[in-house]
Design a protein around this ligand. Structure first.
Ligand SMILES: [Ca+2]
Ligand SMILES: [Ca+2]
Length: 197
């Protein structure tokens, strides 16, 4: 009898936790912002493919890298792709994380971010950003039709978590530029000392 009560208690606790966590995420979620820019904050970045509703097949790419980096297809729901630390891909802290989709059926490429980034002058992604102590999350919901079409913004949905932010983080000066700065200062000090003599 006691054992059964404990089991029920445990089950209740687990259910409550699931509910709290679920609602916590739901509540903390901000309003999606059309054309929101996101920036790299350092550390690793992970992408998860979320359920979508579209006729077209779209592939997610990261365009901040030298050559666009293929990440996943909208139909691969549940797939998780870890990009690791983006520094290894040539993306620096403070750089804009420019995600976009390539629509297989039409050949169109649509970038997230402001409308001006796209040939149809339409913002193709709504970004729902959540800054939380357990990790930052940005939900990208894309519209896959040129000019906006039905504007339902659910044609390709990806969750980006990790070092992602919506404010421009301060740039960390590279060791090389710090060294140059020190050399410059030393040079200036030398010149001014010589002038005094
Ligand atoms: Ca749709
Ligand atoms: Ca649509």
């Amino acid at each position: 009898m006691i054992k059964k009560a404990t089991t029920v208690k445990t089950l209740y606790l687990v259910l409550s936790l699931v509910l709290i966590l679920g609602f916590g995420i739901e509540n903390a979620s901000a309003t999606p912002i059309l054309g929101q820019k996101v920036y790299y904050e350092g550390g690793s970045v992970e992408i998860k493919v979320l359920p979508y509703d579209a006729y077209y097949t779209s592939s997610l790419y990261l365009f901040s890298t030298g050559t666009p980096l293929f990440i996943a297809v909208n139909s691969e729901v549940g797939k998780v792709v870890s990009l690791g630390n983006l520094a290894s891909l040539g993306v620096a802290v403070g750089d804009e994380l420019l995600f976009g989709i390539v629509v297989a059926n039409t050949g169109d490429t649509f970038l997230a971010g402001p409308a001006s980034g796209n040939k149809d002058n339409f913002a193709h992604a709504a970004v729902d950003y959540l800054d939380s102590p357990t990790g930052d999350v940005a939900l990208f919901a894309f519209e896959d039709i040129l000019g906006g079409g039905d504007k339902d913004f659910n044609d390709a949905i990806f969750q980006v978590s990790g070092g992602v932010g919506v404010a421009v983080p301060p740039k960390i000066p590279e060791p090389a530029s710090v060294t140059l700065l020190l050399f410059g200062l030393a040079g200036a000090a030398y010149v001014s000392r010589r002038k005094k003599k």
